[in-house]
Design a binder for this molecule. Structure first.
Ligand code: 8X3
Length: 259
């Protein structure tokens, strides 16, 4: 049953072509929202866009956007068609992990990619979108943090650091928006079975499958559900953080696996 308050609202989702981003698009589509879908390869958004329309999205507009490209981010937001420019909800989902190894032997290229996407990209998009929300006196920023931002796990220092930074950015943005009606939520999942681990391991499917072996991980839809829930609370309610994990995971370090 749609929560009609999202009907016609403009929702910008970064990293919308797969995983949590695509699932979030479907959740908002089912509520009749207007979806502004962004991903590095705009071509990959076509399938998500057509599914979203089938699900009930009021309209879909797709843009090719690499959040690491500071000038492109600003230009794309500035040049949105007028009917797409008044963004109500920003879902800062674009992010990735690369590598799982000791800090002192880690690949610096992997670090750069994570820092540029998970921290700098998050900042660029937020910087481009939030002023309009303040001006219009409405808006909600949801940023994908991670359980990994709350507790570091071995071999994951840099990824965990980027998610810790994302959490700090959400907290800081919420402080800086005090006195405006714009809300800020950090959604911090544990293990979610998407192509997250495949990307982390540079396409090594065997290694990726082992991450979720012997447990029932969260699904992308579980995270989309949490995001939609936070956004659809009454306007005076700001859900600051949601930490969610499979029942088989207590924190970054404590995971139960069936033999
Ligand atoms: C995803 C959580 O534990 O797989 O950010 O790194 S974890």
């Amino acid at each position: 049953m749609p929560i009609t308050k999202m009907k016609g609202k403009i929702v910008l989702i970064t990293g919308a072509s797969v995983g949590i981003g695509a699932a979030t698009a479907m959740a908002f589509a089912a509520e009749g929202a207007k979806l502004l879908l962004a991903a590095r390869r705009a071509g990959k958004l076509a399938e998500v866009a057509s599914r979203a329309l089938e699900q009930g999205a009021a309209a879909v507009h797709s843009v090719g956007l690499d959040v690491r490209d500071r000038n492109a981010v600003q230009r794309i937001i500035d040049e949105l068609p007028p009917e797409w420019s008044e963004i109500d909800v920003l879902v800062n989902n674009a992010g990735l992990s690369r590598g799982l190894e000791k800090l002192y032997t880690g690949r610096i290229d992997d670090w750069e990619e994570m820092i540029d996407t998970n921290i700098k990209g998050l900042l660029y998009v937020s910087r481009a979108v939030v002023p309009g929300m303040v001006e219009r006196k409405r808006g909600h920023v949801v940023t994908l943090g991670s359980m990994a931002g709350e507790m570091v796990y071995p071999n994951g220092a840099v990824y965990c650091a980027t998610k810790s930074a994302a959490l700090a950015i959400s907290d800081g943005l919420r402080e800086d928006l005090l006195g405006t009606p714009v809300r800020v939520t950090s959604v911090d999942p544990g293990l979610v079975e998407t192509d997250f681990s495949l990307v982390r391991f540079h396409g090594n499917a065997d290694r990726a499958a082992k991450v979720y072996k012997g447990l029932e991980p969260l699904k992308a839809e579980d995270i989309a559900d949490a995001i939609l829930w936070a956004v659809t609370r009454p306007a005076h309610v700001n859900i600051a953080r949601i930490t969610l994990s499979t029942v088989h995971q207590a924190n970054s370090l404590l995971i139960h696996r069936e033999q």
